[in-house]
Design a protein around this ligand. Structure first.
Ligand code: 5GP
Length: 204
């Protein structure tokens, strides 16, 4: 109904399971939105594919994109850059497609200041213990990095107040269901459907 797509920002502390929930969202509801693939300077992990999981680039390439105004948002996170290429997001929104971003909290706040009608969802852990367990179980970080990620996670949970919704990631299926409900409700907001009705009334 509304001409422009809706920007959905899924964010939250490191290790909360954003990636897992995002993948489950894409699998179940992937027809309903476009996932924006991020750009990063970190090394690919085993089984990660360039252009699918991330666009893996050098620091120089990333900084070049920043300088050219090519990023909707970006952040330095645990010694690497991560960011959202602007062009794809704008193209999809202009086509009337919803776009899903899965990004850390600093980037989400940049998007918040730029896209006032975005939907900002904070994925929260049921508790801090389960968060640490999840990071350890993933087995991709050494103990120093885990320590850094946990310090960061505590700071990040405080940022929940800047979001529209909090979704507890106790079970991936339940989190996905809650996010889908949020998206469905957001589409029914008067502000999102008003212009098409106004157009209809104007046409008669
Ligand atoms: P990881 O290295 O575990 O893949 O990601 C580290 C963090 O970077 C996660 O919290 C992830 O959500 C975040 N992230 C991934 N892509 C982006 C992005 O495009 N922008 C920002 N700001 N954060 C991102």
């Amino acid at each position: 109904m509304s001409e422009k797509g809706m920007l959905i920002v899924l964010s939250g502390p490191s290790g909360v399971g954003k990636g897992t929930v995002r993948q489950a969202m894409v699998k179940k509801y992937g027809q309903q939105f476009k996932y924006s693939i991020s750009m990063t300077t970190r090394q690919p992990r085993a089984r990660e594919v360039n252009g699918v999981d991330y666009y893996f680039v050098s620091k120089d390439e990333f900084e070049h994109e920043i300088a050219n105004g090519g990023m909707l948002e970006y952040a330095q996170y645990v010694d690497n850059y991560y960011g959202t290429p602007l062009k794809y997001v704008n193209q999809m929104l202009d086509n009337g497609q919803d776009v899903l971003l899965e990004i850390e909290v600093k980037g989400a706040m940049q998007v918040r200041s730029k896209v006032s009608n975005g939907v900002f969802i904070f994925l929260a852990p049921p508790d801090l213990h389960s968060l640490q367990q999840r990071i350890e179980k993933r087995g991709t970080d050494d103990s120093e990095t885990i320590k850094k990620r946990m310090i960061k996670a505590r700071e990040e949970i405080n940022l929940m107040t800047n979001y529209d919704y909090v979704v507890v990631n106790d079970k991936v299926d339940l989190a996905v269901q809650r996010i889908e409900q949020i998206i469905a409700s957001e589409h029914l907001r008067v502000a999102r459907v008003l212009s098409s009705y106004q157009k209809m009334l104007g046409d008669n």
